[in-house]
Design a binder for this molecule. Structure first.
Ligand code: F6P
Length: 310
């Protein structure tokens, strides 16, 4: 194995992971090649050779120094064929792909359909990669959202107001469930919430912070409903992409460092079509076909905790 390409999606901790993969590859005598703009760069032959110095001082940077894209073109046969040409033309022996469900699904296509050696590294704020415990970027996103909730609490309690905070998670309510507990707020459930607010108000609980995931219900709709049902002043706040950017937490940097090395070990050992991850603090490998399946987790457990404590 002489040349391995690195392709990424964005998110806190992705740069720390690029650094880890790059330096682990160089330590094994393999040349790291950065793919610019995600799958689009693979299609357009937009590559850059990395050295140890290419990844200096990026450990705490958000986003991805490689830039990225939604890569709709890679979903077409034509796009995939062009990506394959780039891989062959540049004598790339394998790819390490860092990203969430979409990126890892693309990785699986390259491995299964075109027999390319590919290792995936899970990096998404949603923590929805199946078979493993955590994904790069998820801890940072939870901390960003929790910090925002802490700040909103100042106004909520001073003005005795209700706030509905919408966090990211198009298909997964993981961030919402964690922030509800870490921020001491309500995990949203409209069927019971308005009754609880009215009851709480009688008991002297005059400010509320309610968390919703973007894919579950929009903050603006919930705020309107609460206002209509309870008559209480309710404001909404959408946190959006601030959760995906910024400096990664120590936890995300350490995860990125470990998984970067694990991915290089796996590719050198001749593995392919797998995603490296951590389960019970041990590095494991999960077939990409399984990693990209919907992840089941105990939503009720977190909901019960936030309900009991708020
Ligand atoms: O999959 C990660 C995620 O951040 C989701 O939580 C969110 O819905 C989506 O990506 C947003 O994607 P985009 O930045 O392309 O709008």
């Amino acid at each position: 194995m002489k040349r391995v390409a690195i392709l990424t999606r964005d998110g806190a901790g992705v740069n720390a992971c690029i650094r880890s993969v790059t330096r682990a590859l160089i330590a094994k005598g393999i040349e790291p090649i950065g793919v610019m703009r995600g799958y689009d760069g693979l299609i357009d032959n937009d590559l850059t050779v990395f050295t140890r110095r290419s990844v200096s001082n990026i450990i705490g940077l958000g986003g991805t120094i490689l830039k990225t894209s939604r890569a709709l073109r890679f979903k077409t046969e034509d796009g995939q064929r062009k990506a394959l040409e780039t891989i062959k033309k540049n004598d790339i022996d394998g790819l390490i792909i860092i990203g969430g469900n979409g990126s890892l699904t693309g990785a699986h296509v390259l491995a299964e359909k075109y027999n390319i050696t590919v290792i995936g590294i899970p990096a998404t704020i949603d923590n929805d990669i199946n078979g493993i415990d955590g994904t790069i970027g998820s801890d940072t996103a939870i901390n960003v959202a929790m910090d925002a909730v802490d700040k909103i609490r100042d106004t909520a309690s001073s003005l005795e107001r209700i706030f509905v905070v919408e966090v990211m998670g198009r298909d997964c309510g993981y961030i919402a469930s964690q922030v509800a507990i870490a921020g001491g707020c309500e995990d949203f459930n409209i069927t019971t919430l308005c009754e609880e607010i009215s009851w709480g108000n009688c008991q002297g609980k005059l400010s509320w912070i309610i968390i919703t995931a973007e894919g579950k219900a929009k903050a603006a709709d919930i705020a309107k409903q609460i206002n209509q049902i309870t008559g209480l002043e309710t404001r909404e706040l959408v946190l959006g992409h601030i959760q995906r950017g910024g400096a990664p937490t120590a936890k995300d940097r350490i995860l990125a460092a470990r998984l970067g090395i694990a991915a290089v070990d796996a590719i050198v050992a001749g593995k392919s079509d797998i995603c490296v991850g951590i389960k019970d603090d041990i590095i494991i490998e999960v077939p990409l076909a399984i990693a990209t399946m919907p992840k089941k987790w105990d939503v009720e457990l977190y909901y019960k905790i936030s309900k009991m404590l708020n």
